[in-house]
Design a protein around this ligand. Structure first.
Ligand code: FAD
Length: 267
């Protein structure tokens, strides 16, 4: 089987090639593995468009080009809230190549960065389309090749309102038994607009609606944390794989959500 790699100068050309069936090549940590295994699409497209690797901060709004790598996230002093997330993805060689855009399409058990962005309420900016699209929607549709993601926009969280935890068996760079990210904006000491996102607790990154309900409108204290932990796995259907069974993931989800919320309560 012959694989053709086309390099184009603009996002528009890349999006056009994708619409005709080509697979987009980001950092290639997943695509190139498929090429080596002989299971990749025969047409691959990549772009040299510099806009894909820009990072812009405007007030509280952060825009990250889909081609930005995990290493570039870690090197950026304005993105400290994402440093820990990026550091927990693969080893140094993977982080030098792994892109933010590629992480949105990474199959289970990957997608830790997408979990963090989902909790942050990120929007995706699609090449050739006006306006943002909630990441929640893109993640639900991602198996249907929704097009070229140009960038991600998300609000910069207030200090102490965002937390991320990844639980893996091999430290520090094993894949996730599960990962969880939490955004807890507060007004007058009460949580308003809680967002909980899980990795490896469904076919892809998913919201934890039951835990969100347990947190919404409450103060962050031991009682609230206990209720959220109790509700952690409700409504979720984690897969069984070589790393953990669905039963185990459901059993430990609450333990790890409790740990993360307690860390956030301590500040
Ligand atoms: C050894 C190893 C360890 C890893 N560890 C982790 C880990 O701990 N956590 C984790 O989350 N992941 C991990 N990964 C998976 C992977 O490296 C990351 O998910 C990475 O972010 C994928 O990005 P990429 O640019 O390399 O994607 P690519 O391989 O280039 O692309 C992956 C998929 O995304 C699509 N795609 C890429 N960019 C775009 C875009 N802008 N718009 C639309 N579609 C796009 C591609 O067409 C392809 O279908 C690991 C991989 C390896 C090989």
């Amino acid at each position: 089987m012959t694989t053709t790699v086309q390099t184009v100068a603009t996002l528009t050309e890349a999006a056009r090639a994708m619409a005709q069936g080509a697979t987009f090549l980001g950092g290639g940590t997943i695509v190139m593995r498929d090429v080596n295994a002989g299971v990749a699409a025969t047409q691959i497209v990549r772009t040299t468009d510099a806009s894909l690797s820009g990072i812009r901060i405007s007030g509280d709004k952060v825009t990250i080009g889909a081609g930005v790598t995990m290493s570039q996230i870690i090197a950026n002093p304005d993105l400290t809230f994402l440093h820990q997330v990026a550091r927990l993805i693969g080893g140094p060689q993977v982080r030098n190549m792994a892109s933010v855009g590629g992480n949105l399409f990474a199959p289970h058990p990957y997608g830790d960065f997408a979990v963090a962005l989902l909790a942050l309420g990120a929007q995706t900016v699609m090449a050739g389309q006006n306006g943002g699209r909630p990441l929640d929607d893109l993640l639900r549709d991602r198996s249907r090749s929704p097009g070229l993601v140009a960038a991600i926009e998300c609000p910069r969280p207030r200090d102490g309102s965002f937390g991320f935890l990844k639980f893996s068996r091999v430290k520090p760079k094993g894949v996730s038994v599960l990962s969880v990210a939490v955004l807890l904006p507060r007004e007058g000491g009460r949580i308003r607009g809680a967002r909980v996102a899980w990795g490896a607790m469904g076919a892809g990154p998913v919201r934890g609606a039951s835990a969100e309900r347990a947190l919404e409108g409450q103060s962050l204290n031991a009682e609230t944390i206990g209720r959220a932990a109790q509700a952690a796995a409700e409504g979720l259907t984690p897969p069984t794989d070589a790393i953990a069974t669905d039963w185990y993931r459901r059993e430990v989800a609450g333990v790890h959500l409790k740990r993360l919320l307690e860390q956030m309560e301590r500040g």
